[in-house]
Design a protein around this ligand. Structure first.
Ligand SMILES: [Zn+2]
Length: 309
């Protein structure tokens, strides 16, 4: 079982491709929660996409894709940091029944009010500094469609994505057009048909073959005639960044009154991590200590789910 990411450069076409094939890391996400199959499929596609988008950026920190849905899925989150540590979670509307054949639109965009946000959270964010966040209305009938539309409207970057997932594997290919006049390729050498040709190649990919084929083998099968330059293969892994310290900051932001309320009913406040199921328990004394310490150091807050204004 491998979790690999491979980047290919097509110099003459001014394009770049990322291929990702996740098994162990994806299975850890799957095993942490018992999501209905259509939900799991959409989440796997989002995880594959977040890994490739994170790898495509020169950025130290976490890339977070959030889809806020208006259907049975309230929130989909896939996060991948610059070390390719990934985690993901879903919030479903309580008590909802999800049919086996539910489509992407059925799940997150039933009335057209779904939104897609990409957040870049720098590793060493200064106190008070807000993470970069781009938000667009949800467009398209799949995760791939929606992210292509996001990249087009928010980043002005032509992107083509093929995403697939099942219970054991999440896989993706991402093709991106790079700026053509960076001085690397002269206009004489520039292959104007390259983008269309590469798009056509990845469009031939069938789900079954995609899920069953490791990145290197797939790169060979798809692009052997294109002779791309390959960058070193990278390994992805499951990594949850939750900590008692971060949960403490979240409790602080709820305020003393709310915590007092919770503690009047139970001897401790129990918080479970949505991503890895780790449990954090705070007694009254722990909570009091949070408020005493908070006057000494104000840390940055965790990013909140985005809203459209
Ligand atoms: Zn966690």
């Amino acid at each position: 079982m491998t979790d690999t990411l491979r980047t290919l450069i097509f110099d003459q076409s001014s394009c770049r491709a990322h291929l990702v094939h996740l098994s162990k890391a994806w299975q850890q996400v799957v095993n942490n929660n018992d999501y209905p199959r259509p939900v799991q499929k959409v989440l796997g596609e989002l995880v594959a996409a977040s890994t490739m988008l994170s790898a495509s950026l020169k950025f130290e920190g976490s890339l977070i894709i959030q889809i806020q849905g208006d259907g049975p899925i309230r929130l989909l989150v896939a996060e991948c940091n610059s070390r390719l540590g990934l985690r993901a979670t879903v919030k479903l509307v309580e008590g909802t029944q999800i049919p086996e054949n539910a489509s992407f639109k059925d799940l997150v965009n039933t009335t057209g009010k779904g939104i897609c946000a990409i957040i870049l959270d720098p590793r060493n964010r200064l106190p008070g500094q807000a993470p970069y966040q781009g938000i667009v209305p949800l467009a398209g009938t799949s995760v791939a469609d929606s992210l292509e539309a996001y990249m087009h409207s928010s980043e002005q970057l032509e992107t083509r994505l093929v995403l697939n997932s099942d219970a054991t594997t999440a896989a993706g290919v991402m093709l991106q057009q790079m700026p053509q006049h960076g001085g690397v390729v002269s206009s004489k050498e520039f292959d104007a048909d390259g983008w269309d040709r590469l798009k056509a190649l990845i469009n031939t990919l069938q789900t079954e073959e995609h899920l069953a084929t490791e990145t290197d083998e797939l790169a060979k099968r798809l692009f052997w005639e294109e002779d791309p330059d390959g960058l070193a293969e990278r390994q992805a892994h499951f990594e949850c960044t939750c900590s008692r310290d971060k949960v403490g900051k979240m409790l602080l932001s709820l305020g003393q009154a709310e915590l007092d309320d919770a503690l009047s009913e139970n001897p401790t406040v129990e918080i479970q991590c949505d991503f890895c199921n780790a449990n954090y328990s705070f007694t009254r004394a722990d909570c009091n200590a949070l408020f005493t310490e908070s006057s000494h150091h104000e840390g940055p807050q965790e990013p909140q789910p985005p809203t459209l204004h």
